[in-house]
Design a protein around this ligand. Structure first.
Ligand code: NAI
Length: 727
């Protein structure tokens, strides 16, 4: 005999009018999750609801925690292997069945969403007939499973398709995994009402129950039919054929199984009855959760990201500090973006440039971004005015008095940077944190220009600053732990993700992305068809194709870096090996006068508006050799391996000290394909593991050059059977 389940994580509170409030409140955790206790509790609740049906008028589901419900337990999911497929399939089936019993009880069921409801949390809300979200700051609603390489298999696919039609379900909810604020969730049909307070939310929930008596089937509201057959949205059939084609185009052959499975589950599930659709959804989920891509993505976007943001690389034992007033030096592209991000986080900004006009232009950038946000309903006039009031543009250094942090973003020139720090270091607060946003100049050298090198640090933002979530913190030889901790806190204060590296030429990100670009350009030099090189980058999953990226960065930049690096290597007594891409870049610039997009053309041609039109036909004429074909798989792996191998060298050289920082930095900073879980996780997850990666690197070295020879650290890891991990 099986024991009757009891409810330990859901409280049953029934009032004398027959309204039952189910309060989600796991006593052992700060957030509610889909653990065994919840599975038992929801079954017990369903049993009781069925047994006491006659005494119930309606049900409200809400939570006693800050979040409504946190979703599945990723620690368990990441461990599932292909042989665990049945287990994965069965997990969740029981929960779904219990939710379905409550949904089909014949009583109105209302979700009173009092905080974040993402993934499994929103799926619980979806199993209710009516959803009311409390409008609290930071509260998010949606199904972000796709961003972890998964699909929502708690009824998420099946119910959203029936709720909003296949087009909206796929585009607004499932394929992008968008996380909506309560107001935007309302605008996009994810919830029915927004409440301003808990009392308001519960009053609205009761009102729904009062107006939907049993005689009027509660689910008989627009678009939602259960127990249901197939969805009857007329737009469904009309839109269907476009989806696979669009998706294929969007993915460009990159190996992301989740969007494909989501599409299949949605389409197949829409043609069968509800309960069969739930089974289809679960099967597609099982395939994903037991595969490598989901493991990679969960590792990166959950565990690594959490570790990085939580301060894995922040020195311990140093009191956190907040910045009140920041000096941003240089109101160009980067300075303007940095000023916006700081002001957005509530920090007062003094934005300094050489003339008042230049400084005002920098502030105008924030005005432009805010006008756009206002038009899209993402901010209010009051918030816009408040943010703009925090930015003071100026050309007068004396206005920097009182600043407790400085972020310098003037032209990339050591003498100039030394000079601007000299000018301001005695005007700002005596212990102000001194940061440079240089993208190439060694921090240790720049620190020589200030009186307090221990307070000097690199803060490398990415462009466009308002969109890019990463900041690379660079510790110079004389940077103190206090400055590192403060820089870390500042990056978190502006709600960005900080990775920490030690000073070196190109730091981590610029150096490693350089390998990717060089490899793509080298293939052009070997005579490969340039269109195939671009295609290979897209199919490997890179967000930007390699030659187009080179054009954006301009071809003169790697030349400058190369010459400086060569000088440094030779001065240190080393020999400079060069790279096969060098000759292609030199010819493009010197012989053909094609330095990239800003110079009128590079590997691509551009129209007058600067829009890319086509690959420059001269490439075929001057570089492509008929008969040369590099296997497609080799092309993809040459790009991926060149970055992964150089990252291992960064670990060997102590430029990097954390695996999580490497993985997060590679995806968020330099577009290393997300399906890999980051540049070191790519090695861990390679077929045959680290040893398989080493064997393949040796093959590439034999075929394409010594730069693919696996570094000693990598070989040692393979021999010891270890993976790259911080644990
Ligand atoms: P930019 O050319 O757009 O802006 C530089 C600004 O500095 C100009 O407005 C200029 O008037 C101003 N400036 C020059 N001398 C000054 C002085 N004495 N006092 C105050 N302002 C002065 O350059 P951008 O692209 O914003 O780059 C700035 C820094 O950020 C450079 O060090 C660059 O290497 C670095 N960086 C650039 C990235 C990019 O994608 N453009 C990415 C990451 C870092």
């Amino acid at each position: 005999m099986t024991a009757t389940p009891t409810s330990t994580t859901i409280r049953w509170e029934q009032d004398d009018t027959g309204i039952v409030t189910l309060v989600l409140d796991d006593p052992n955790q700060s957030a509610n999750t889909m653990n065994q206790a919840f599975k038992d509790s929801i079954a017990a609740v369903a049993d009781r609801a069925e047994a006491e049906k006659d005494t119930i008028r309606g049900i409200i589901v809400t939570s006693a925690k800050k979040t409504f419900f946190a979703g599945g337990d990723l620690k368990d999911m990441i461990k599932l292997r292909p042989e665990d497929a049945q287990l994965a399939f069965d997990t969740g089936t029981a929960i779904k069945a219990s939710l379905r019993r409550i949904e089909t009880l014949g009583k109105p069921v209302v979700a009173a969403i009092n905080g974040a409801a993402l993934g499994g949390g929103y799926e619980i809300a979806l199993a209710c007939h009516h959803r009311i979200a409390l409008d609290t700051p930071g509260s998010k609603i949606g199904l972000p499973e796709v961003t972890l390489g998964l699909l929502p298999a708690g009824g998420g696919v099946t119910r959203t398709v029936r709720l909003m039609g296949i087009a909206d379900a796929l585009l607004k909810v499932l394929l992008q995994g968008t996380q909506y604020s309560p107001r935007r969730a309302l605008d996009n049909g994810l919830v029915h009402e927004v409440a301003t307070s808990t009392d308001d939310m519960l009053a609205k929930a009761r009102a729904f129950i009062d107006t939907h008596p049993e005689s009027q089937q509660p689910w008989d509201v627009k678009g939602y039919k259960i127990p249901g057959g197939t969805p009857s949205n007329p737009r469904f059939a009309a839109n269907l054929p476009a989806f696979p084609a669009n998706l294929k185009k969007q993915l460009a052959g990159a190996p992301y199984p989740a969007p494909r499975n989501i599409l299949a589950a949605a389409v197949e599930g829409s043609q069968v009855d509800f309960d069969t659709a739930l089974v289809i959804e679960a099967r597609y989920f099982t395939e994903l959760v037991t595969g490598q891509t989901a493991k990679n993505m969960i590792q990166a976007f959950f565990f690594d990201l959490q570790a990085v943001n939580a301060g894995r690389s922040r020195p311990k034992g140093i009191e956190p500090r907040t910045v009140r007033k920041v000096a941003v030096l240089g109101a160009g592209m980067m300075g303007a973006g940095i000023a916006y991000s700081c002001a957005k986080a509530g920090i007062d900004v003094v934005l300094k440039d050489v003339t008042p006009e230049a400084a005002a232009r920098g502030k105008a950038y924030s005005e432009k971004l805010l006008a756009k946000a206002l038009a899209k309903g993402r901010t209010t006039e009051a918030k816009r005015d408040e943010l703009l009031a925090r930015i003071t543009p100026t050309a007068d250094v004396n206005d920097l008095a009182g600043c407790d942090a400085v972020i310098e973003a003037v032209f990339e020139d050591t003498t100039l940077k030394h000079r601007v720090f000299q000018e301001i270091q005695h005007i700002v607060e005596p212990d102000a944190l001194l940061c440079s946003n240089t993208s190439t100049l060694p921090i240790t050298g720049l620190a020589e220009g200030v009186d307090r090198p221990a307070d000097f640090i690199g803060l490398h933002f990415f462009s466009p600053v308002d969109k890019m979530p990463l900041v690379e913190i660079i510790k110079g030889a004389r940077t103190g732990d206090e400055a590192l901790a403060r820089a870390f806190d500042l990056v978190r204060q502006i709600r960005k993700t900080p990775i920490v590296v030690n000073d070196s030429r190109g730091f981590f990100t610029s150096r490693v992305i350089g390998q990717f670009i060089n490899e793509g350009v080298a293939m052009v030099g070997e005579g490969a068809d340039p269109a195939s090189v671009e295609q290979a980058a897209a199919q490997a999953g890179y967000p930007a194709k390699v030659l187009s990226l080179m054009d954006e960065l301009t071809l003169t930049l790697p030349r400058k870096i190369r010459n400086e690096t060569r000088r440094a290597v030779e001065e240190a007594g080393g020999t400079w090996a060069g790279h096969p891409s060098d000759v292609v870049i030199d010819r493009m610039v010197d012989e053909f006068g094609r330095p990239g997009r800003s110079g009128g053309g590079g590997f691509y041609e551009y129209d007058e508006a600067g829009k890319r039109t086509r690959l420059w036909p001269g490439l075929r004429e001057h570089f492509t050799k008929p008969g040369v074909t590099i296997p497609f798989e080799d092309m993809k792996e040459r790009m991926l391996f060149s970055e992964a191998l150089d990252t291992v060298r960064c670990l060997e050289e102590n430029v990097l000290t954390s695996v999580a920082d490497a993985n997060i930095g590679s995806i968020m900073g330099i577009g290393f394909p997300a399906w890999t879980g980051g540049v070191l996780q790519y090695i861990n997850g390679y077929e045959g593991g680290v040893a398989g990666f080493v064997a393949r690197a040796r093959e590439l070295a034999t075929e394409y050059g010594e730069r693919f020879t696996p570094p000693a650290l990598l070989v040692a890891k393979a021999e010891r059977g270890e993976i790259f991990t911080d644990d």
